[in-house]
Design a protein. Structure first.
Ligand SMILES: O=C(CO)COP(=O)(O)O
Length: 264
């Protein structure tokens, strides 16, 4: 049995790329992952969330490279008259492992609130998809305030979703740090991620959950964060696949190659 990865790197392509650009990026990223010791050793896990139409071809491009695929959103319902929605059952069928829920852009631009986010989290779990559940404060706050508020937010969402028995990926994304020139400070990120990790660790039903940081994350950040964050959730600064390679290098430098016992 393989140990849980020490580092999880998620990448959301949001709506930045066209179709062919997405496929080209996926080919280059899969080639990097497929030969990178951080991924081949099982130390790091990499997942990518492209636009819906690219999910099927990207799943086939990255097959065998260690990169997993997920959707940026999913419907709260599984089937029926929901024009324009995409069901978690459908996503599972085409090979998705993850479904992102609650991203700040969906909350701000599409009016999604806690009820919808919790329902989508439940839909992901019901369909065997790991939710990438985005949480984080709206405005700048001091690290201990942000930690308290974000833990409370996570607790509320998971309780409403009835999601206390399967692992989740918690993406800590302070909303003010998304699309910014710089991420939040390392002290801020470490404080909030450590509080989220402690909260999860006290709940055996959520064993295997991970906390990753997103919001203008890029090369250099993982090395600065040390082990307090379980990884990164990248946006713009993963558009160049060589940046992903640099981040995998940092994961390897930080955690080293796992021992034989840890991976077998
Ligand atoms: O929202 C994010 C990932 O989902 C982060 O995006 P940026 O890194 O582009 O700020």
């Amino acid at each position: 049995m393989r140990a849980a990865p020490a580092v999880t790197i998620g990448i959301s392509l949001k709506m930045y790329f066209g179709h062919h650009q997405t496929l080209n990026w996926s080919r280059r990223t899969a080639a990097i992952a497929g030969r990178h010791p951080a991924v081949t050793s099982g130390l790091a896990e990499l997942f990518v969330l492209p636009s819906f139409p690219a999910l099927v071809p990207v799943a086939s491009i990255v097959a065998g490279s260690g990169v997993r695929v997920g959707a940026q959103d999913l419907a709260a319902e599984d089937a029926g008259p929901y024009t324009g929605e995409v069901s978690g059952a459908h996503l599972k069928e085409i090979g998705c492992a993850y479904a992102e829920v609650g991203h700040a852009e969906r909350r701000r631009l599409f009016g999604e609130g806690d009820t919808v986010v919790a329902a989508k989290t439940a839909a992901a779990l019901r369909n065997g998809l790991t939710p990438v559940l985005c949480v984080g404060e709206l405005n700048r706050a001091d690290p201990s305030d942000a930690a308290a508020r974000t833990v409370a937010e996570l607790e509320r969402l998971l309780a409403t979703a009835g999601a206390e028995r399967a692992p989740v990926v918690v993406a800590y994304e302070p909303q003010w740090a998304i699309g910014a020139p710089q991420p939040a400070s390392t002290t801020h990120i470490r404080t909030v991620c450590a509080a989220l990790t402690d909260w999860l660790a006290a709940r055996p039903g959520l064993a295997g959950s991970r906390v990753i940081y997103g919001g203008s994350a890029g090369p250099g950040l993982l090395a600065d964060l040390g082990a307090d964050a379980g990884g990164l959730f990248l946006g713009r600064f993963a558009h160049d696949p060589t940046a992903v390679e640099r981040i995998l290098d940092e994961a390897l430098a930080l955690h080293g190659t796992p021992t034989e016992e840890a991976t077998v």
